[in-house]
Design a protein around this ligand. Structure first.
Ligand code: ZN
Ligand code: ZN
Length: 351
């Protein structure tokens, strides 16, 4: 059987290739992607906004790692049948390194992650391990299910902390990760609006969270001032901005934390970020990184996502431009749209 695969060959240069699929062996499933989201990391690769060495090592690569697929066929035992929809867990850990052996597969340095160190979902058909697929709960909206990967990452981050309802929390960055984290803290962490703050630059994106977060638009001087007035008051600050901006946001976060507070970084930067280390030492602050999630997090997140209120909050994150992918031009157009930072939420592709 043949399939069409779309590779990012070099920045902004997507190509199409026809490949022959190998016959399935036990433990493998043949999948047809149905809905995939374009993640910020896909856009970074597409635009070439990555360490040049990494780009050289990893390209060409098939992008996209967030999505729902249909099971066309499988060999051996499986907890689903042909025609079922599944969420794809997009990483394969090595299973042998010290991270894997201590239950931290999400931090495996040798893992194959779709759309980065492994090939992703931008293809007509793919073969993937049965044990890395989770059947969609029947009451879960398929577009919402396509958000499971980024949601599971924020869910893992939440589970690693011991938040109390009395904690005062700031999320910096109103992009999809910041928004999803806000949903997780509000819905699963039961943090009330009085205690949950979100800062960002895009009014329309901040609006999505206004019903359950106090929001600050840092471009407006009055709101930036109001945030400044909260220095030394937060138990937790989550950095979800990433990139160049981290040079400012990380130190701003250190100022906003109360003594003994924690900064959790989900944003990433290929450049070094200078740190006001005296602030960390004198105030006994903790800085913790958070990255990726475990298989278990996908299962738990999918269960929790079925809640009606949670689904409707997550649905707000689906960009209204839903794009049907019939050819290379459609995919190119979708990536151009996703490269526009003012676009709200996840752009979903239909295959
Ligand atoms: Zn992602
Ligand atoms: Zn490993």
């Amino acid at each position: 059987m043949k399939t069409i695969e779309y590779y990012l060959k070099s920045p902004k240069n997507l190509i199409k290739e026809e490949k022959e699929l190998q016959p399935l062996v036990a433990g493998q499933a043949l999948l047809k992607p149905v809905i995939t989201g374009i993640c910020g990391s896909d856009v970074h690769y597409y635009l070439g906004h990555k360490d040049p060495k990494k780009l050289q090592e990893r390209l060409p690569v098939i992008l996209l790692h967030e999505g729902v697929a249909e099971v066309i066929d499988f060999k051996g035992q499986a907890p689903f049948k042909q025609g079922d929809k599944v969420v794809v867990i997009p990483f394969l850990a090595c299973g042998r390194c010290s991270a894997c052996l201590s239950g931290l597969e999400n931090l495996c340095p040798k893992s194959k992650y779709m759309g980065a160190t492994g090939n992703g979902l931008a293809r007509e058909l793919l073969v993937y391990p049965v044990n890395k697929l989770v059947k969609l709960p029947p009451t879960l909206d398929e577009e919402v299910a396509a958000l499971t990967e980024p949601l599971s990452i924020t869910y893992r981050c939440f589970k690693d902390l011991k938040l109390k309802p009395s904690n005062k929390i700031l999320i910096m960055g109103e992009g999809p990760m910041g928004y999803l984290l806000a949903v997780v803290l509000s819905q699963f962490g039961k943090i009330i609006k009085d205690k949950l703050y979100l800062s960002g630059m895009f009014e329309e994106k901040l609006k999505l969270a206004e019903s359950f977060c106090q929001t600050f638009n840092i471009i407006k001087p009055s709101e930036a001032d109001n945030l400044d007035k909260l220095q030394g008051q937060f138990d937790y600050v989550f950095e979800c901005v990433g990139g160049q901006a981290m040079k400012a946001t990380v130190n701003q976060a250190l100022n906003l934390l109360k003594p003994g507070g924690q900064l959790i970084t989900l944003g990433i930067s290929d450049e070094q970020v200078p740190l006001n280390i005296n602030k960390v030492v004198n105030n006994g602050l903790t800085i913790k990184g958070s990255s990726r999630s475990l298989d278990q997090d996908y299962l738990e997140a999918l269960n929790l996502m079925q809640d009606k209120d949670t689904q409707s909050l997550l649905k707000r994150l689906v960009n209204p431009n839903r794009i049907k992918i019939k050819n290379l031009e459609d995919l190119q157009m979708a990536f151009e749209l996703a490269s526009d930072k003012s676009q709200i939420g996840r752009i979903m592709l239909y295959w």
